[in-house]
Write a new protein. Structure first.
Length: 257
């Protein structure tokens, strides 16, 4: 997946899991999100974050058995008993319903909204009750080699265990199609039990994945290298290296699109 992002007056080619495009692109500013380490000759700078990675090439029952019982297995089974319906959104109406729901959540939280260009490159899974109450959905991006899928966006009403049900449905879907790794998306390590990041971490941890390093690689040509050095100092001083908080701040000030 790729898209062009505007950050203030800067245009960046934003690439997910496509090393070939990253290396061949002639753009002056580009970044690549990957889980593997690249040769230092391929990039100028990199950010290192954390993520949970689950091997879904195993037997599907073995995958389920690795989930936390009370907070994950029970939630998934209860969603089934409650008649929660989860499906892959293949129609434009379903995708638009998810986008509207997702962007309402983003506006409320100050996150970057989901655009049409990105939506068309994502797989979307939605959930509803047996009475057809729309509970929200999650969106996933698949690597170019179809070996890895990553949890990219998600927003639900946080009712009826919809989050767990959606992720389990997605894991089964990608498992059946030969995908090897399910990446739960970035997490932030913190001991602050009151923070959003702590609950975000604990939610993803219960699916039994391995905590790994996740990388964002940057190539900046010409004078943009100096700009990045200044930015990196700025990021450390004001946001304590929390890149996601910095991006959300840009969005709240309408500087990113």
């Amino acid at each position: 997946m790729f898209r062009y992002r505007k950050i203030g007056f800067i245009t960046c080619l934003d690439i997910w899991y496509d090393e070939e495009l990253f290396c061949s692109s002639k753009d002056y500013i580009k970044c690549l999100h990957e889980n593997k380490q690249l040769d230092k000759k391929q990039y100028n700078f990199k950010l290192v974050e954390k993520s949970f990675l689950l091997d879904i090439s195993r037997n599907i029952d073995d995958i389920f058995s690795g989930f936390s019982y009370k907070s994950c297995k029970y939630a998934i089974n209860k969603a089934k008993r409650d008649g929660i319906n989860v499906w892959k959104a293949d129609t434009q109406n379903d995708k638009n319903a998810y986008k509207k729901f997702q962007n309402s959540f983003c506006v409320e939280k100050g996150f970057v909204e989901l655009g049409d260009d990105e939506l068309e490159q994502l797989d979307v899974f939605c959930a509803e009750t047996h009475e057809h109450l729309f509970l929200g959905g999650c969106a996933f991006v698949t690597s170019k080699d179809n070996k890895t899928v990553r949890y990219k966006h998600g927003a639900t009403l946080h009712k009826y265990n919809a989050n767990e049900a959606i992720i389990w449905e997605a894991i089964q879907y990608y498992h059946s199609r030969g995908v090897i790794y399910f990446d739960f998306g970035g997490v932030v390590l913190t001991d602050d039990k009151q923070s959003y990041y702590y609950h975000h971490y604990k939610f993803k941890e219960k699916f039994g994945g391995e905590l790994i390093d996740s990388y964002t690689y940057f190539v900046l040509k010409g004078g943009w290298k100096i700009f990045y050095c200044i930015f990196n100092v700025f990021l450390q001083y004001f946001w304590k290296k929390d890149f996601n908080s910095f991006v959300n701040w840009l969005n709240q000030h309408h500087l990113i699109r």
